[in-house]
Design a protein around this ligand. Sequence first.
Ligand SMILES: [Zn+2]
Length: 69
Amino acid sequence: MTHQASRAATETETIVYVCPMHPEVRQNGPGNCPKCGMHLVPEADAAAHAAHDHHAHDHHAGVAPMDGR
Ligand SMILES: [Zn+2]
């Protein structure tokens, strides 16, 4: 009995990318967050990160000083 199931379905599976800082930002493919410009990560990867009960430190990357006086 030759049961050759085509397992190529996973090849075309769409990976949803999300922003680690903005879970509402999601798109079908890699890119950057329109809100903070961070690199989007695969949703599965983001979920794995969220699983860790680790306090996210606020990085000051790309933050312009708002001391305009
Ligand atoms: Zn973001």
